[in-house]
Design a binder for this molecule. Structure first.
Ligand SMILES: Cc1cc2nc3c(=O)[nH]c(=O)nc-3n(C[C@H](O)[C@H](O)[C@H](O)COP(=O)(O)OP(=O)(O)OC[C@H]3O[C@@H](n4cnc5c(N)ncnc54)[C@H](O)[C@@H]3O)c2cc1C
Length: 467
């Protein structure tokens, strides 16, 4: 049996994937789905979030985004979500006051741009693929967008440069001062709270045990990790087992992974708020840079608008501060003046698990029996399907190794089993690239490389000091 420590979006996705592979797993967490995954906005936006120095992260993000449609469809089915039980009407061309006012040549909101979202995933997880609009106010911002557009073009990732008027035709609630924008039509988003709830429901239906306890330490035999010591919160399950033996421990405790292993992960605080609106105010994600800080707005299908997020290096501090909320609202109002009219539904601060190179740590730790799936920083929701697939491959390889066989190739450095729909499939336009290079692969496919290369990018072995 494998034990997964941590029931955030990463640990739960891995548990679900391994259970689907037919492997016995147990999940350990004193407070499932309350960490960073509870705070996350849920943007699946590798293209609009790219920076010039983060090419490897872009590759991981686009590869994972391609997995989202089939991941979400399977999850919705396993969790028993129905297409009609969501209680809201998603924004779209014919569904709301502001939805779907797309100009000619643009992908209209609500059509999912060829992403291939199942009705259950759309309704139950609020998964949508109507793109991200990055807006600019001044000449410097506009020049930066032009540069970014050229960079995207070089990578074969489609973006559309828009004038201020075109931006407002897409999103009529934008401020009149918006002078231009960059539309990444392949970007998507999802409601992470619905995703973790669905993962918990799917695991329950698959009979996967969830132990509501803290993993207080690793059990070892020689140099091998053989399980976890358990600490129960308060009086909960006082009679529960003090230890859990495991063939493998998969450490997916987000920023708290440092309590159990010497991993280079640090907390990056993010404050975020949810505003309630009777009508959807936007039909796609909108972002921009105001007073030098990035701010984004993510619409939910039920009319909620997520405004995020601060980035603060303050250790394990999860206080919501007046200053943090003030800055978010001040900056969001520059993009969409109407936000100040909305009711505040929720404010929260979460801790992103940051790493020195902003890439996650996924795979064998170097210590036998201990696997890592942590350090997902700003992209754990986006990267959950890819992470689950890479860990599944690594576990299969380890099983074959332990049994003395060589049926499965080792990770990192070799191909790992792929998830259904992972290779292109329904998501051919995800990331926005449709062009082909000389070899017949799309340009984005060439940028991506195969799964073995992706596993190498996030292999924990790049940090030798992990123990
Ligand atoms: C404000 C904000 C906005 C974000 N927006 C986005 C976004 O738009 N898109 C995106 O992709 N990502 C986003 N992120 C990042 C994303 O939230 C994280 O990368 C992701 O949630 C990490 O998931 P995780 O499962 O590794 O960690 P977490 O969700 O933090 O889960 C860790 C779990 O481990 C448990 N745990 C801790 N210690 C122990 C222990 N000793 N034993 C057992 N269990 C333990 C905790 O209870 C918790 O449930 C955002 C983050 C923040 C804070």
């Amino acid at each position: 049996m494998d034990v997964i420590v941590g029931a955030g979006v990463v640990g739960l996705s891995i548990a679900w994937r391994l259970a689907r592979d037919g492997r016995p797993v147990t999940v350990v967490d004193p407070a499932p789905a309350t960490g960073a995954s509870h705070a996350a906005a849920g943007m699946l936006a590798p293209v609009s979030e790219v920076t010039y120095t983060e090419g490897p992260l872009l590759r991981l993000g686009v590869a994972s985004l391609r997995r989202w449609p089939s991941f979400a469809a399977d999850l919705a089915a396993d969790a028993g979500l129905a297409a009609a039980d969501s209680g809201f009407t998603p924004a779209g061309p014919d569904s709301g006051t502001f939805g779907g006012r797309a100009g000619p040549g643009f992908t209209p909101a609500g059509t999912d741009g060829g992403f291939g979202i199942s009705a259950q995933a759309r309704a139950g997880l609020d998964l949508r693929a109507d793109g991200t609009l990055d807006v600019a106010f001044g000449a410097d911002d506009l020049a930066a967008l032009d540069e970014l557009a050229a960079y995207m073009d070089k990578l074969g990732l489609r973006v559309e440069r828009l004038t201020g008027r075109e931006c407002r035709r897409l999103e009529p609630m934008l401020a009149p001062s918006v002078r231009g924008g960059l539309l990444a039509p392949g970007d998507a988003w999802v409601d992470p709270r619905r995703v973790t709830a669905a993962l918990l429901a799917a695991l329950d239906r698959l009979g996967v045990p969830l132990v509501r306890a803290r993993a207080g330490g690793l059990l070892r035999e020689g140099d091998r990790v053989t399980g976890v010591r358990l600490a129960y919160p308060g009086d909960a399950e006082p009679g529960g087992p003090p230890e859990l033996g495991a063939d493998r421990v998969i450490l997916a405790a987000g920023v708290w992974s440092t309590e159990l292993a010497d991993v280079p992960v640090r907390p990056v605080k993010g404050q975020i708020m949810r505003l309630r609106s009777p009508q959807p105010l936007l039909s796609r994600c909108v972002r921009g840079t105001v007073h030098g800080s990035p701010v984004y707005l993510v619409p939910r299908g039920d009319g909620e608008l997520v405004v995020g997020a601060t980035q603060e290096e303050l250790g394990f501090d999860t206080r919501v501060t007046a200053g943090g909320l003030y800055e978010l609202l001040r900056d969001a109002r520059e993009l969409v003046p109407g936000v100040t009219e909305l009711e505040v539904a929720d404010v929260v601060a979460g801790l992103r698990p940051g790493t020195p190179d902003n890439l996650p740590l996924i795979g064998p730790s170097g210590t036998p029996g201990l696997f890592l799936a942590t350090g997902h920083h700003r992209g754990g929701v986006l990267l959950a399907p890819l992470t689950a697939a890479l860990v599944s491959g690594a576990v299969a390889a380890d099983t074959a190794d332990t049994a003395g066989g060589a049926a499965m190739p080792a990770v990192p450095g070799a191909a790992v089993p792929s998830v259904p729909g992972a290779a292109g499939g329904a998501a051919g336009t995800v990331g926005g690239s449709t062009e082909a290079d000389g070899s017949g692969r799309s340009v984005a496919d060439a940028v991506l490389g195969d799964e073995g290369e992706l596993a190498d990018l996030c292999s924990p072995e790049r940090f030798r000091e992990i123990s």
